[in-house]
Design a protein around this ligand. Structure first.
Ligand code: FAD
Length: 364
């Protein structure tokens, strides 16, 4: 048998073998696909509840149907309970309340890494806003009738409250608060110093839940705690997570003034329209200007600032910046927002009309 015919015989054999292998593989795949392959079915899941004196909801899209959502929901609930126990001014045995009750100015007061991290961020934003945001504002919050032990104001005139606030201001000041991360601890420079996380802890809680979901490989979610929101991925293959900024003038909670698609970002709003009091015809909001000791926006021109909304990469910053922007007001706020590349939307009311004032980066 000549060499070339021998070569063609062996290549025919190889080709025959290859054909059998391909058929066998194809058959194997078909059997696996028909009898053993079960496609992962994706579903939407939700978990809602109460925390920090408000409501929360977690929406997840494209969650594997056979995934253990109950386990994740339980983890979310226990995480929020733990954070509440650390940061609440409404629970006398919380870390924050125990620190507030401590009069020591010598010793570092041990806290959890979470509490130390929130204080760190709070102090950074206090510096950037020259004290417009200040978690040591707690005595003034109580003085103006808000927070866990809000004073009853009924008997006092605005002038009396104003002058008392001037005295109380001496018990505040972010410069009088120190934090360290290793080991996590806080120290106060004056015994009376007290802190209040109401303007930052809900945002932090949202970020903690986001971390938890990502640990469980969840890539499409929307988290909301008391109006502070964070999203990742999409609601469905062709739909982003759409959220709304409330119309402050509307009595209905659900009335939306401004809609936006939140793409892997966080949104937080601060304003006077949901928590406020009337004192001698003045609208007093629960947001206080620590620099004056007075409720924010108490003196306003024709157009009253009613809310400030901030979009930021994480919810801790969005929450704190929203409060800071409401204190600063739209003029100073826009200046600082453009300086720091912040996306802010101010809503002003002129009678029953709402005026939107966006910063340069809003909508980017
Ligand atoms: P934001 O504008 O986000 O924050 C305003 C709040 O921050 C004010 O209420 C005041 O406390 C504080 N603040 C005011 N001015 C400043 C400033 N310039 N700088 C920094 N902070 C300022 N409420 C209940 O009724 N029951 C509860 O059990 C309860 N538990 C809570 C537990 C935790 C851990 C937290 C953080 C809050 C809790 N709250 C509770 C408070 C409730 O959630 C508040 O209504 C809410 O935090 C106010 O948020 P907001 O978005 O309306 O206002």
């Amino acid at each position: 048998m000549s060499e070339s015919s021998a070569e063609s015989v062996s290549s025919n054999i190889i080709w025959d073998i290859a054909r059998y292998v391909i058929v066998a593989v194809a058959a194997g795949f078909l059997i696996w696909y028909s009898f053993f392959y079960t496609p992962t079915v994706y579903v939407n899941r939700e978990h809602a509840g109460k925390t920090m004196g408000t409501d929360y909801i977690v929406k997840v899209a494209r969650f594997p149907e056979n995934g253990d959502w109950k386990k994740i929901a339980d983890e979310i609930q226990s995480t929020l309970e733990a954070l509440d126990q650390m940061m609440s001014t409404y629970q006398s045995d919380s870390e924050v309340c125990r620190f507030n009750a401590s009069a020591s100015t010598e010793d570092w007061f041990s806290v959890s890494p979470e509490t130390a991290s929130v204080v760190q961020t709070a102090l950074e934003i206090s510096q950037l806003t020259e004290g417009a945001f200040d978690i040591t504002v707690a005595p003034l919050v109580r003085h103006w009738g808000f927070g866990a032990e809000g004073n009853s104001l009924r008997t006092k005139s605005f002038e009396v409250l104003k002058s008392e606030a001037a005295t109380l201001k001496e018990q505040t000041g972010y410069e009088k608060l120190s934090v360290q991360q290793e080991p996590p601890a806080l120290k106060k420079a004056i015994p009376e110093l007290t802190i209040d996380f109401s303007a930052i802890a809900k945002g932090f809680a949202v970020d903690c839940i986001a971390e938890l979901l990502e640990k469980h490989k969840v890539a499409d979610y929307l988290i909301e705690v008391g109006g502070e929101v964070r999203s990742k991925g999409k609601k469905s293959p062709d739909m982003d997570w759409r959220v709304g900024i409330e119309n402050p003038l509307s009595e209905q909670f659900s009335s939306v003034q401004h809609k936006l698609d939140l793409k892997n970002q966080s949104l937080a709003t601060s304003g006077s329209y949901r928590q406020g009091l009337q004192i001698e015809g003045r609208r007093v909001s629960h947001v206080i200007d620590p620099r004056t000791g007075l409720p924010a926006q108490i003196e306003h021109n024709a157009n009253e600032l009613v809310s400030a909304a901030v979009v930021a990469p994480n919810c801790t910053h969005a929450d704190a910046w929203a409060t800071a922007m409401f204190v600063l007001g739209e003029q100073k706020g826009i200046e600082l927002a453009n300086q720091h590349g912040l996306a802010v939307l101010f809503l002003l009311s002129n009678g029953d009309e709402i005026i939107e004032v966006p910063s340069k980066h809003w909508g980017e």
